[in-house]
Design a protein around this ligand. Structure first.
Ligand code: ADP
Ligand code: MG
Length: 248
């Protein structure tokens, strides 16, 4: 049984069937990529995992517990973190403050079931935040204002804001979008490093270089429907994928 089990999820926006009987099983500790053309429903699907959207029908279970009908912050507190397609950071605050805020939010939450339950003083939160900034290569910039960072560094900061919460499941929506090749490669290395800690990751990604560098398993969505799923080598050669995604 996977850490995240998605069964027959449907989501409609007016006349548009954005998700059509989507079923997924995410293996614990794996990197699972979700690919597909623009408008395929990838972000909509992630939104259904974090409480931003509620599916019309279907189930989403995390560690055997339904994620439907519980609030985004509660989902976060039970171990699911998300990096958004557009970085959501506090532009006017320092990097250190940016990372300390989610740590406090996590500590003060209603659910206290993971390692963060024991976090107490501001000093401890600060130490933890510095440690995570070091992990993502931003500790030297800790006092800079977040708004002044490059695009690549903003993404790294957002990743630190997730990691400080010690998630079991990390959702990444196009983590390398808009990055230079060098920044993209740094991000791949960073995500590999995080993978060594056993955090399960779901990555939505357009860049096939990133997908094939990271993913253990790939699901292909097109027009809200899962059209293929398998190991990277299987997906590479799948004619349906070539047609739907790579444009034939
Ligand atoms: P992807 O992330 O794969 O590019 P999305 O999940 O963002 O695709 O969108 C899937 C489809 O649903 C698109 O056609 C998009 O326009 C539509 N859509 C997404 N969110 C909404 C919304 N809140 N209201 C109406 N339509 C939406
Ligand atoms: Mg999207």
């Amino acid at each position: 049984m996977g850490i995240l089990q998605v069964n027959d999820v449907n989501k409609r926006f007016g006349g548009l069937q954005a998700l059509n009987n989507v079923t997924l099983d995410i293996e614990e500790g794996s990197v699972h990529a979700i690919i597909g053309p623009n408008g395929a429903g990838k972000s909509t699907l992630l939104n259904c995992f974090v409480g931003r959207l509620v599916p019309d029908t279907g189930t989403v279970m995390f560690n055997g517990k339904s994620l439907l009908g519980i609030k985004p912050y509660e989902i976060n507190q039970i171990g699911v973190s998300r990096v958004f397609q557009t970085p959501e950071i506090f532009e006017e605050l320092s990097l250190l403050e940016n990372v300390m805020i989610p740590a406090f939010a996590h500590r003060d939450g209603a659910f206290r079931i993971n390692a963060w339950a024991s976090v107490g003083s501001e000093g401890e939160v600060r130490d933890r935040a510095l440690h995570v900034l070091d992990d993502v290569g931003l500790v030297d910039k800790k006092d800079m204002i977040a708004g002044s960072l490059s695009r690549g560094d903003k993404r790294r900061l957002e990743l630190a804001m997730c990691l400080v919460q010690d998630p079991q499941l990390l959702l990444l929506d196009e983590p390398t979008a808009g990055m230079s090749r060098a920044d993209t490669n740094n991000t791949i290395d960073l995500l590999k490093k995080i993978g060594e800690r056993g955090i399960t990751k779901i990555v939505i990604e357009h860049d096939m270089h990133v997908v094939f560098s990271l993913a253990h398993k790939i699901t292909v969505l097109a027009q809200g429907t899962v059209i293929a799923e398998g190991l990277p080598d299987d997906i590479k050669g799948d004619p349906r994928v070539q047609e739907a995604y790579l444009g034939g």
